[in-house]
Design a protein around this ligand. Sequence first.
Ligand code: PMP
Length: 427
Amino acid sequence: MHDINALIDFDQQHLWHPYSSIIDPSPTWPVSAAHGVRIRLANGRELIDGMASWWCAIHGYNHPLLNQALIKQMEQMAHVMFGGLTHEPAVELGRRLVDLTPESLDKVFFSDSGSVAVEVAIKMALQYWQAREQPGKHRLLSLRKGYHGDTFGAMSVCDPVTGMHDLFSGLLPSQLFAPTPSCAFDAPWDAMDISALTELMEQHHQELAAVILEPIVQGAGGMRFYHPEYLRQVRKLCDHYDVLWIADEIATGFGRSGRLFACEHAGVAPDILCLGKAMTGGYLSLAATLTSTHVAETLCGGSAGCFMHGPTFMANPLACAVSVASIDLLLDSPWQQRIGAIEAQLKAELAPLASHTAVAEVRVLGAIGVVEMKDAVDLRQIQPRLVEQGVWLRPFDHLIYLMPAYVIDTDELGALTHAIGQVIADS
Ligand code: PMP
């Protein structure tokens, strides 16, 4: 990178970043390379990464095996259309997803991103009820503080307060919302926690196509961990009222919560499952929506005669090949031990922060550590201070949190928790 200032200048003037303003852009740090859990800035400084690029880079950056898988695939073909053609990377990835997810889920739809995987899941549910000649079942029941993506269908099932519902009121499909689960992951189960959702299903099941939620971990909507019994109850209620259940494991899939998929904490299987993010080890954008033979055959038996979706880059061979390599690398690694060790260290090192007057709560599950502050974090003030301390964290709202690559070592993780302690102590 020759002229860092020119680069920053162009970036600020022309490029949007996530949730950013063109008239008042936030600072951005140019990156020249990333290896393992280190991000190298263009000014030569190295940061220890605590974000895994928003849940994705579970093996760290620039992994030789993943690089190799991409190079090998690139020498064959970078892309071919999936309409009328197929290829080994798609089949190998599909085979792994069918094998690793619950037995009932055996039909796979590949798409480009998590939000699209959610759109696909919603569309599957709607087409399913149309095919069953119950088009009145067209609404979704979601949870408050949920997050499912930024496209219109996905936005409609995000938390109604933080999910842009006011901004697009009248334009989003109108959905139903149950209160956010409040019984913590490891607390004794409180049966009252499911009562509001039970009532909503009792009242509205005739118009409900599906319940959609993030199992166990509500991610971008608040980084909250809830009780596995909640999911078992959801499964029962969906069966009882003949409503489909969509589990959005885009953030939790591939080990993050300590199990390969978060639904495993409850031992239940959804009717439709969304995967993304860590599926390619953070290399390329790819997502998948899985469903059962029953749902797939029913919806394809409707008037459309097929499932009505088909992205240009569906099952992109590069993305599928790197995803196969990432899944194999994960399964060949001692990932449970690694995540167990990360969890234990995060619990030990973040727990003392709970006594600080500015901290509301500290919580840890798997390779996710969260410090919830009493007041919203001032990102423009806190981010440069974190960078000065040599770490990359991206707090939001009231949350300073960590979700590192699974390969992070004790010292690196210690540096991250120490930096969090420092910024809180200085606040
Ligand atoms: N669902 C969940 C649970 C997510 O965390 C996200 C992304 N943060 C999405 C869906 C949307 O994925 P994408 O950003 O790839 O569209």
